[in-house]
Design a protein around this ligand. Structure first.
Ligand code: NDP
Ligand code: MG
Length: 388
C-alpha cells in the first residue's frame, strides 16, 4: 500500500488524484491532505477517505472543523499546516497540487524528509528550480512530473541517455483564444477565457493557457526537471492535445507520447511509477476515429508571455521568480475584473523590466523578491484602476 500526502485536494488535480486513489484503493491510500477555502468539498473528502491530517488555509476554518469533528483527525492550518501534510510520517509520496509559489516550502521540506515528489505545482520549479533540484540531488529522492507534457517527456526518456537528446518539444493546445489575433483579444471576458477547448482545469492555469504563460512556465519546468538548456526546448502548437510532447534525438529519431486528454493518466503514472495500473475509467485513444492531428509554429509576437518566459529563464537568477509572482498577481487581477486580458503580459513585462536579476538566490532572497514583485504589480494594478 502506497501512502499519499496530497496538497490541494479540493482543486482540479486534487480531485482527479482522489479519483485515482479511489480507483486503486487496494494500492493507494490518502493519509494527509491540504485544502484552501472550500470546506464543503473538504467534508466530502474526509467522509470518503478518512485522512489523518487535514490542513486548511485559515485559523478560523481550522477552528470550525475542529469543533465539527470529534474523531482523531488532526486539523492544522496555514504554511505550517501545508508542511505538516507534506512531511507526514506515514506517507512515502507527496502529490503537490496547490496552485502558486505557496507550494515551494512544503516541497523543499518533503524532499528533506525523503518523500518521493509527484509534482503538479509547476510554479515551485519556476520560482526556485535550482533550489528544488539541488535538494533532490542532495537527498536522493525521485521527482516525478504530473504535468502531462513533462510526464510525456519523462516517458520518452526512459532508457535513453541525456547526452543523446537533441531537442525537447513541448506541445501546446493554444488555449481558449487560439484562433484569435492579438487585436481580437482586446475585449475578451473572464468567462470566455475560462472556456478551454480540451482540458477542464483550475481558473489560474486556464488563464495561463490562454496567454500561453502556462507553456512558458512549462519551458522553465522542463529546463529544471530534465536539465536541458533553453535553446534545446521548442514549443509546437498542436490543437488536439493528443501528442503530449516529444523528444528528438541526435540521430533524428523522434519519440512521442500519446493519449486522450485526461490528467488522471499522468497523475496515476506519477503515483505508481514504474508500474502502470489499468485505467478502466479513462477513454482509450482511437487514432482511426480522430483521423487528423494538426501542428503549427508558435507566433512569439502573438503569445508574448511565452517569449517573456524564455527570456526570464535564460537570464536566470531571480528573473523566473519575478515572472511567476507578477503573473500570479496579474492573473488574479484579471479574474477579479480589475484588468483586461491583454494587460496580463504587459504587467509581467513591466515587472521584469523593473527588476535587476540576483544570481544564485537562496530561499530567503526568493521569498523576498516574490513578495516585492507582488507589491509592485499590485500597485501597478491600483494605479491603473484609479486612472479609470
Ligand atoms: P485549482 O485552482 O483547481 O486548485 C488549487 C488547489 O490549491 C485547491 O485545492 C485550492 O483550495 C488550493 N489552494 C489555492 N490557494 C491556496 C493557498 N494559498 N494555500 C493553500 N491552498 C491553496 O488548481 P489546479 O488543480 O488546476 O492546478 C494545481 C496545480 O497543478 C497548478 O500549479 C497547475 O499549474 C498545475 N497543473 C494543473 C493541471 C490541470 O489540469 N488542472 C495540469 C497540469 C498542471 P480551495 O479550492 O479549497 O480554495
Ligand atoms: Mg501541462
Amino acid at each position: 500500500m502506497k501512502k499519499v500526502s496530497l496538497l490541494g485536494a479540493t482543486g482540479s488535480i486534487g480531485q482527479q488524484t482522489l479519483d485515482v486513489i479511489r480507483d486503486h484503493s487496494t494500492e493507494l491510500e490518502l493519509v494527509a491532505m491540504s485544502v484552501g477555502d472550500n470546506l464543503e468539498k473538504t467534508r466530502e473528502i474526509i467522509s470518503q477517505f478518512h485522512p489523518k491530517v487535514v490542513s486548511v488555509k485559515t485559523k478560523e476554518a481550522c477552528e470550525r472543523l475542529k469543533a465539527e469533528y470529534t474523531g482523531d483527525i488532526r486539523f492544522v492550518h496555514g504554511e505550517e499546516g501545508l508542511i505538516e501534510v507534506a512531511i507526514h510520517q506515514d506517507s512515502s509520496v507527496l502529490l503537490n497540487a496547490v496552485v502558486g509559489s505557496v507550494g515551494l516550502k512544503p516541497t523543499l521540506k518533503a524532499i528533506e524528509a525523503k518523500k518521493t515528489i509527484a509534482l503538479a505545482n509547476k510554479e515551485t520549479l519556476v520560482t526556485a528550480g535550482h533550489l528544488v533540484m539541488e535538494a533532490v540531488d542532495e537527498h536522493n529522492v525521485d521527482i516525478l512530473p504530473v504535468d502531462s507534457e513533462h510526464s510525456a517527456i519523462f516517458q520518452c526518456l526512459q532508457g535513453e541517455k541525456a547526452k543523446n537528446v537533441e531537442k525537447i518539444i513541448l506541445t501546446a493546445s493554444g488555449g481558449s483564444f487560439r484562433d484569435k489575433t492579438r487585436d481580437e483579444l482586446k475585449g475578451v471576458t473572464v468567462k470566455q477565457a475560462l472556456n478551454h477547448p480540451n482540458w477542464s482545469m483550475g481558473a489560474k492555469i486556464t488563464i495561463d493557457s490562454a496567454t500561453m504563460m502556462n507553456k512558458g512556465l512549462e519551458v522553465i519546468e522542463a529546463h529544471w526537471l530534465f536539465n536541458v538548456p533553453y535553446d534545446k526546448i521548442d514549443v509546437l502548437l498542436h490543437k488536439e492535445s493528443i501528442i503530449h510532447s516529444l523528444v528528438e534525438f541526435h540521430d533524428s529519431s523522434v519519440i512521442a507520447q500519446l493519449g486522450t486528454p485526461d490528467m488522471r493518466v499522468p497523475i496515476q503514472y506519477a503515483l505508481t511509477y514504474p508500474d502502470r495500473f489499468k485505467r478502466q475509467q479513462s477513454a482509450k485513444l482511437n487514432l482511426a476515429e480522430i483521423g487528423l492531428l494538426h501542428f503549427n509554429q508558435v507566433d512569439f509576437k502573438r503569445y508574448r508571455s511565452l517569449d517573456l518566459a524564455f527570456t526570464a529563464g535564460k537570464i536566470g537568477g531571480t528573473m523566473p521568480t519575478v515572472l511567476n509572482a507578477a503573473n500570479e498577481v496579474a492573473v488574479a487581477s484579471f479574474l477579479n475584473g480589475s484588468i483586461s486580458f491583454l494587460r496580463i503580459d504587459e504587467l509581467v513585462e513591466e515587472a521584469l523590466e523593473y527588476h535587476t536579476a540576483i544570481m544564485q538566490p537562496n530561499l530567503e532572497t526568493i521569498e523576498q523578491v516574490d513578495q516585492e514583485t507582488r507589491i509592485y504589480v499590485t500597485n501597478l494594478v491600483k494605479e491603473y484602476l484609479t486612472k479609470l
